[in-house]
Ligand binder design. Structure first.
Ligand SMILES: C[S@@+](CC[C@H](N)C(=O)[O-])C[C@H]1O[C@@H](n2cnc3c(N)ncnc32)[C@H](O)[C@@H]1O
Length: 252
């Protein structure tokens, strides 16, 4: 866990919850389109604040759900009898091969080094017939926003992530990676991200958390943050900074 995140636990929790509020409905639809069964054993990688792991534990009452994260502060193992919370670093730690009917990861691999190889490793944790579902962000070019404060903030946000080794455009290659990892029945779909937009905003908490370090690094100014906060108060403001690409494939 980075010092920044450790020091800002309420901010991190709110960031994770805001992600969940904005995309859980989409993720549930994606998973429900698979032949989910009550006995499925599921592995939720980078489980964050846990909503999808908790939902899977309810959805698969005769199976087990492992919720794995490098930072388990926001995961509650007591939420369901068939739920296991495991502190794990997916870049190094392994899981039982050939064991899981579903391995799901959202907004995880784009942040990690050797992300292509991780797809192949995650495919190896699937039982025969099991599904790997990977959901990752694809950031639209910052300079195409019609709103100057958004252009500046998103350019800074993307630069910061790039410097940390993340790739916010990696998502478009995921379907091909799933095929190349030997998975079949590969499919994909997308969900448009929403900034502003009459109560559907997901970016206020993300920028609120990242803002101070973007200012400290000289990438944006306090005036940029204030201009963005002003936009968020404008009921007619809406922008689409990113698309979530969800892709899935099945082990033979
Ligand atoms: C952007 S959050 C997404 C959380 C959750 N998947 C969601 O979409 O609601 C990324 C999560 O991955 C976890 N994470 C980051 N690096 C990890 C690693 N190497 N191994 C396991 N989890 C990791 C973080 O702690 C965080 O909970």
């Amino acid at each position: 866990m980075s010092d920044e995140r450790a020091a800002n636990s309420p901010g991190e929790q709110e960031r994770l919850r805001s992600i969940q509020r904005s995309v859980d409905g989409f993720t549930v639809q994606v998973i429900e389109n698979l032949p989910v069964a009550a006995h499925w054993n599921c592995l939720e990688l980078g489980a964050g604040a846990g909503s999808i792991a908790y939902w899977l534990a309810e959805r698969c009452p005769a199976g087990r759900v492992v919720a794995a994260d490098i930072d388990t502060r926001f995961l509650d193992a007591g939420r369901a009898p068939n739920l296991e919370v495991r502190e794990a670093d997916v870049t190094g730690d392994d899981f039982a091969p050939g064991r899981f009917d579903l391995v799901h990861a959202r907004y995880l691999f784009c942040h990690l080094p050797a992300r292509d190889e991780l797809i192949a490793r995650a495919a190896g944790w699937l039982a025969p017939g099991g599904w790997l579902v990977v959901e990752e962000p694809y950031h639209l070019p910052a300079d195409t926003s019609p709103f100057p404060p958004v252009r500046r903030l998103m350019a800074a946000y993307q630069q910061k992530y790039r410097e940390r080794g993340a790739d916010m455009t990696w998502a478009r290659g995921v379907p091909a990676l799933l095929s190349r990892s030997g998975l079949t029945d590969v499919g994909f779909t997308g969900n448009l991200g929403c900034m502003g937009g009459l109560g559907k905003d997901r970016w206020g908490p993300l920028i609120a958390q990242a803002g101070p370090s973007l200012v400290a690094d000289g990438l944006v100014t306090e005036a940029d943050l204030a201009a963005f906060a002003g936009l968020l108060r404008d009921p007619s403001f809406v922008d689409i900074p990113q698309v979530t690409i969800s892709a899935w494939g099945r082990a033979d």
